[in-house]
Design a protein around this ligand. Sequence first.
Ligand code: ATP
Ligand code: MG
Length: 229
Amino acid sequence: MPVISFANPKGGAGKTTSALLLAGELAARGASVSIVDADPERWISQWGALPGKPDNITIVSDVTEDSIVDVVEDASTNNQFVIIDLEGTASLMVANAIGMSDLVIIPTQGASMDAKGASKTIKLIRNQARLAKREIPHAVLLTRVSAAVASRSLKNVRDQLDAAGIDVMNSSIVERAAYRDMLDFGGLLSKLDPKQVSNVDKAVQNAMEFTAEVVAKLKAVQTPQGRAA
Ligand SMILES: Nc1ncnc2c1ncn2[C@@H]1O[C@H](COP(=O)(O)OP(=O)(O)OP(=O)(O)O)[C@@H](O)[C@H]1O
Ligand SMILES: [Mg+2]
């Protein structure tokens, strides 16, 4: 079943947050999801150890560059979705994960527009695609976007990426305390207490839009084996 990886060598770009939002939303719809925690910092594994992880999310930890191909293959046989949270460096593990992906999402901070990290990832994806002799669909996801300033500067970033022929997702991930709380306190976004954290409903709405766009992208992708993702 489809493998979606989150890659950007830039630390703090929002890889782990967006990976978890997608996993949580897919799981909330009833899908079985395996998250491959390929970051030695093990943020997702730590989240999974907190209360509130739904049973239909499984987390695979302690992945190495030697084991990742086997781990992802196995996870994709046994789950409806596999989500890989990658470390914030360019490594053989990242290259291997990208090589096995049906979709690579490149979270990029909207405000600072870390073009360097994103373009490094895109080069890596293109090289892996050449090696594998297949397209590896990928798109930039603008993250940590200010809710208040929907903004001209964001449009500017989108226009620049468009001009460079880079696919940018229509949905972006807004900067919200709810996302931090989800990582820190465990469980799904929708289970956060609206009395403790503001705008949970808007955060859930944002995660739903993002997930719907990912699912639509996967549906549009015909994998080389000829199966519809
Ligand atoms: N949309 C957001 N709203 C609020 N906080 C966010 C958002 N995205 C990320 N953060 C916070 O920023 C920090 C870094 O985000 P995250 O861990 O998702 O990035 P990363 O790309 O996985 O980083 P690393 O390269 O270190 O793995 C975390 O503390 C996270 O809670
Ligand atoms: Mg991370």
